[in-house]
Design a protein around this ligand. Structure first.
Ligand code: GLN
Length: 446
């Protein structure tokens, strides 16, 4: 059913970079056999899953939507993929994205842009745009994405589905091609909140292969979905509803707050005073970490190697010039500059300090409130091509998601209405490792 749906919708949506039809059928047949032999069903038994193409899959091409890795076949599975296999979902294929997860529209894919299923003239968001579009188009039941500064939540909002960025450290990144290691998290994109809880249950947990993995007890996420939000204290950051926010988005969020009130929750306006500095801080830190992480792509170890180099340096230069697209080069240059001696204190170190101030804004808010609510993105999806020549405008689309990433706390985006036929996302932010409250609040609204 999944592949026939893909056959019908993929020409218009273009969500997949690689299909795994033979592998998926073999996986499904094996599950069938095990069931007949009396085995118990796994948590995600038989569910068709899509995987963002920066999460490695053994023997299944993993490109990060980059020319550099256009021929790369990993020799191992990411921890999340092994966990999905153990939960018995079926891997349908690998999903399009912005190259190395740098972007917010899928237009930075080196292969082709994915389109928004609600209106194919519009972007699906990004960088996990293929993941969001595929779930929204009913090609897969759920998908995995990665979120560094909003890349799960923003495409979920643009495509009218549910996207969860877990607490930093809750889900292992072993086998996720690193972009900015102090920010990257893997999480589920699903049609509803209950599915999100099931997928999180399957992928969360300590992994000794990821040095930042948190050794915490994993609660039962689905049993948290009680529908009860009576007495829940909601903070609404005024910075997320101020200048630059589309009035239709603001309206949808205020309507959602009324729904929470009617269910017995209370809300107040609060301030996260360092929000203004979040974008600058993020682009310094993320680009610096990216310039270091992407040094491994040298034409020797992975992927495509340039032909006829004059010497070793020329091999690096040619391979990297040909392999990386313009946005990736922009970030590598920005990050290399920020980390160079003489500039480190002025930029990288300063950004680290501001990051702490941003995190403290959240710590303070959570002394008084159980969750924070705001929009996921300032506007609904925009037209393909509309912002592509203007990286700075593109960076501002993440103003509501980036502070959350810098603070490392969990947040979910759920649909909360439409603006001219395009979905609007509501963002619910929680305390570190308090996914249960985030999911409970999201589920009660649905
Ligand atoms: N759009 C942001 C960026 O371009 C976030 C990307 C992400 O979360 N991977 O960096």
């Amino acid at each position: 059913a999944s592949y026939s749906r893909i056959g019908a919708t993929e020409p218009a949506i273009k969500a997949f970079l690689t299909l795994n039809e033979e592998g998926a059928r073999a996986q499904a047949d094996k599950l069938d056999r095990q069931l007949q032999e009396g085995a118990e069903r796994g948590l995600l038994f038989g569910l068709p899953a899509g995987i963002k193409d920066n999460i490695v899959t053994e023997g299944l091409r993993t490109t990060c939507a980059s020319q550099f890795l256009s021929n790369y076949n990993p020799i191992y599975d990411a921890t999340v993929v092994s966990k999905l296999n153990a939960a018995q979902s079926v891997t349908i294929g690998k999903l399009n994205m912005d190259e190395f997860a740098m972007g917010g529209s899928n237009e930075n894919s080196r292969f082709f842009p994915t389109r928004n299923p609600w209106n194919t003239d519009y972007v699906p968001g990004g960088s996990s745009g293929g993941s969001a579009a595929s779930v929204a188009a009913g090609q897969v039941y759920f998908a995995l994405g990665s979120d560094t500064g909003g890349s799960i939540r923003q495409p979920a909002a643009y495509c009218g589905i549910v996207g969860l960025k877990p607490t930093y450290g809750l889900v292992s990144r072993f086998g996720l091609v690193a972009f900015a290691s102090s920010l990257d998290q893997i999480g589920p994109l699903t049609k509803n909140v209950e599915d999100s809880a099931y997928v999180l249950q399957a992928i969360a947990g300590y992994d000794r292969m990821d040095s930042t993995s948190a050794n915490v007890d994993i609660p039962d996420y689905t049993s948290a979905l009680t529908g009860d939000v009576k007495g829940l204290r909601i903070g609404v950051p005024k910075e997320y509803l101020g200048e630059g926010i589309d009035p239709r988005v603001k309206e949808a969020v205020l309507e959602a707050l009324k729904v929470y009130e009617s269910m017995g929750a209370t809300w107040e306006e609060i301030s996260l005073p360092h929000t203004d500095y979040a974008i600058a801080t993020y682009y310094l830190l993320a680009s610096s970490e990216a310039s270091s992480n992407l040094a491994r792509f040298d034409g020797v170890r992975y992927g495509v190697r340039a032909d006829n180099p004059d010497n070793l340096i020329d091999l690096y230069r040619k391979s990297r010039s040909q392999g990386f697209g313009p946005e990736v080069k922009r970030r590598i240059m920005l990050g290399t500059y920020a980390l160079s001696s003489g500039y480190y204190d002025a930029y990288y170190l300063k950004a680290q300090k501001v990051r702490t101030l941003i995190k403290q804004d959240f710590d303070k808010a959570f002394e008084q409130y159980d969750i924070l609510i705001g929009p996921t993105a300032p506007t609904p999806a925009f037209r393909i091509g509309e912002q592509v020549g203007d990286p700075l405008t593109m960076y501002l689309n993440d103003i509501c998601t980036i502070p959350v990433s810098l603070a490392g706390v969990p947040a979910i985006s759920i649909p909360c209405g439409f603006a001219d036929g395009l979905p609007v996302g509501l963002q619910i932010i929680g305390k570190a490792f308090d996914e249960t409250t985030v999911l409970r609040a999201a589920h009660a609204f649905e």
